[in-house]
Design a protein around this ligand. Structure first.
Ligand SMILES: *[C@@H]1O[C@H](CO)[C@@H](O)[C@H](O)[C@H]1NC(C)=O
Ligand SMILES: *[C@@H]1O[C@H](CO)[C@@H](O)[C@H](O)[C@H]1NC(C)=O
Ligand SMILES: *[C@@H]1O[C@H](CO)[C@@H](O)[C@H](O)[C@H]1NC(C)=O
Ligand SMILES: *[C@@H]1O[C@H](CO)[C@@H](O)[C@H](O)[C@H]1NC(C)=O
Ligand SMILES: *[C@@H]1O[C@H](CO)[C@@H](O)[C@H](O)[C@H]1NC(C)=O
Ligand SMILES: *[C@@H]1O[C@H](CO)[C@@H](O)[C@H](O)[C@H]1NC(C)=O
Ligand SMILES: *[C@@H]1O[C@H](CO)[C@@H](O)[C@H](O)[C@H]1NC(C)=O
Ligand SMILES: *[C@@H]1O[C@H](CO)[C@@H](O)[C@H](O)[C@H]1NC(C)=O
Length: 437
């Protein structure tokens, strides 16, 4: 959010720059056009215009860059630039502020019959764990809540527009099973705009199965892929000899070995949170490893901070922010009542969002993530979903996470689909859209 604020400050000088550019380009264009009429070599135009991409420090002009890669002839190039500029110049200061300064995380849930955005039985990508209605959940009101931020216009998700935004691109989710939850939601939301579902398929023919995490779905008509790579911690899970035994360790100083698959993505959505509260990570006894050293004991907060710093360095080193937009999704709340996930905790009875959230403090992990992101060279947008999801005790699979029901173990951590992760994706859509404008 801080970073977005600072982008606003750049608007003014950029406008001046853009304005002088208009003047310059008109003159340039007129003279060039006369020349090109005589020796007609359209290709030289795009070469000559390459320096324009220098202005892409402003989000308003980002799309100019991509023009230089296409075969635009002089005849339509000037039109496109003029169009772009007048749009930019027409936008009021308030409008720019609304997009950049609006706090999406502050708002309330509104019952809206136009939701859900896709039918539970029309999406083949929802796996058993999230297919609550398929597993026998009868109440469906939990699919009909829309998030309404307090002070901003939050557009309804439009799958066609989203597909256009990612046309020719790779949208990649990396993280734990909650990110897989969000990724499946995105597949379903996008599928609703595709006429022929056969033109959407997994690149290597893989079926979505639990516990596997290595998928790339291709949307042929848009030449884009929507991918998911499992990584519980974003850093490398390893093994090391401690005394006589080989023990599982976490290399908090080394990025996940799957990272080569994340590179080259155009939009990256990361998360890690839940696995840091499991016994091994919490106790931190002979578990965290740096180099060849396995810490006899390390505080989980310290370890989390080190791991995220490792992730941040990897992003700063390997991600070109001119090509790739990076998002980090904050932690999703669980709603176990009367126990924990393994000790009879439950949430079955909830069919309505909470009226108010228990005044839980903003999780320390999110605070750490925010601190680290602020210091990064690469701009990272936070998908700040923690507080809005706190209300949604009704959104979990509870006993409907399996076909065969067991009332003893409930899932109050993941989310039914359609459901709450659809809103997280609406936020992603909002950010991608406002970045363009
Ligand atoms: C630009 O003009 C060329 C030739 O007239 C045409 O082939 C191309 O599709 C146009 N591009 C756009 C984006 O309108
Ligand atoms: C910008 O403003 C001018 C003059 O008010 C108007 O003619 C033009 O259509 C506007 N452009 C856009 C894209 O709204
Ligand atoms: C679902 O919501 C509607 C509208 O608020 C309400 O009339 C209905 O009773 C709710 N159904 C259940 C099962 O809560
Ligand atoms: C989605 O966007 C497209 C293109 O802007 C538009 O034609 C369509 O009506 C929109 N769909 C909905 C449901 O708003
Ligand atoms: C993902 O698939 C690729 C290609 O089939 C394979 O090389 C890689 O090992 C797989 N990674 C995981 C984590 O399954
Ligand atoms: C970890 O250390 C922080 C301060 O560095 C402390 O506030 C926190 O209570 C410690 N956590 C555990 C589980 O020991
Ligand atoms: C949460 O805090 C607000 C103000 O800080 C208070 O009005 C409200 O009663 C609190 N709610 C609960 C459930 O404690
Ligand atoms: C995210 O949301 C929480 C709770 O609404 C808020 O305290 C925090 O400042 C937000 N973070 C950012 C970066 O906006």
């Amino acid at each position: 959010m801080e970073r977005q604020g600072s982008l606003c400050l750049k608007v003014k000088p950029t406008r001046v720059l853009l304005f002088s550019f208009t003047l310059f380009s008109s003159i340039f264009f007129l003279s060039f056009f006369t020349i090109s009429l005589s020796n007609s070599s359209p290709n030289t135009l795009s070469l000559n215009l390459q320096p324009i991409s220098l202005t892409e420090s402003s989000p308003n002009t980002l799309s100019l860059h991509s023009f230089t890669h296409n075969n635009f002839t002089p005849a339509n190039f000037s039109f496109l630039i003029d169009n772009r500029l007048s749009r930019t110049l027409n936008r009021s200061k308030d409008e720019v502020k609304m997009v950049k300064g609006c706090d999406l995380s502050n708002g309330h849930w509104v019952f809206d019959e136009r939701y859900p955005l896709y039918g539970a039985d029309s999406c083949p990508f929802v796996d058993e764990a999230f297919d609550c209605q398929g597993n026998g959940r009868f109440d469906s009101n939990f699919t009909k809540w829309r998030w309404q931020p307090q002070h901003c216009h939050f557009p309804r998700f439009n799958a066609t527009e989203m597909l256009e935004l990612i046309r020719g691109k790779r949208l990649v989710f990396v993280g734990d099973s909650i990110n897989r939850n969000q990724w499946e939601s995105m597949l379903c939301m996008l599928l609703s705009a595709v006429k022929d579902p056969k033109r959407v398929f997994e690149a290597r023919g893989r079926k979505i199965v639990k516990e596997k995490g290595n998928y790339s779905f291709r949307f042929l008509d848009y030449q884009c892929t929507v991918e998911y790579y499992v990584s519980h911690f974003l850093v490398h899970e390893s093994k090391a000899r401690v005394g006589q035994k080989r023990r599982p360790t976490l290399r908090i100083d080394a990025i996940d070995h799957g990272s080569s698959r994340w590179r080259g993505a155009h939009i990256l959505v990361f998360n890690t949170a839940h696995w840091w509260s499991h016994y091994k990570t919490k106790a931190g006894i002979y578990y965290y490893q740096e180099g060849t050293m396995v810490h006899p004991r390390l505080n989980v907060s310290t370890a989390f901070r080190k791991a995220l710093t490792t992730w941040a360095s990897w992003v700063d080193k390997h991600i070109n922010s001119k090509k790739t937009q990076v998002f980090f999704r904050t932690s999703a709340p669980s709603h176990f009542r009367g126990g924990n996930w393994n000790s009879g905790g439950h949430c079955t009875e909830a069919t309505h969002p909470l009226k108010e959230t228990l005044n839980t403090t903003y999780p320390e992990k999110n605070v750490i993530v925010e601190e680290i992101i602020k210091r990064m060279k690469t701009p990272v947008t936070l998908l700040n979903i923690t507080s809005l999801s706190e209300f949604r005790i009704d959104g979990h699979p509870s006993i409907y996470g399996r076909k065969t029901r067991s009332s003893r173990i409930q899932d109050c951590s993941h989310w039914c689909l359609p459901g709450v992760p659809d809103t997280w994706n609406e936020m992603l859509f909002f950010h991608l859209q406002s970045r363009l404008e």
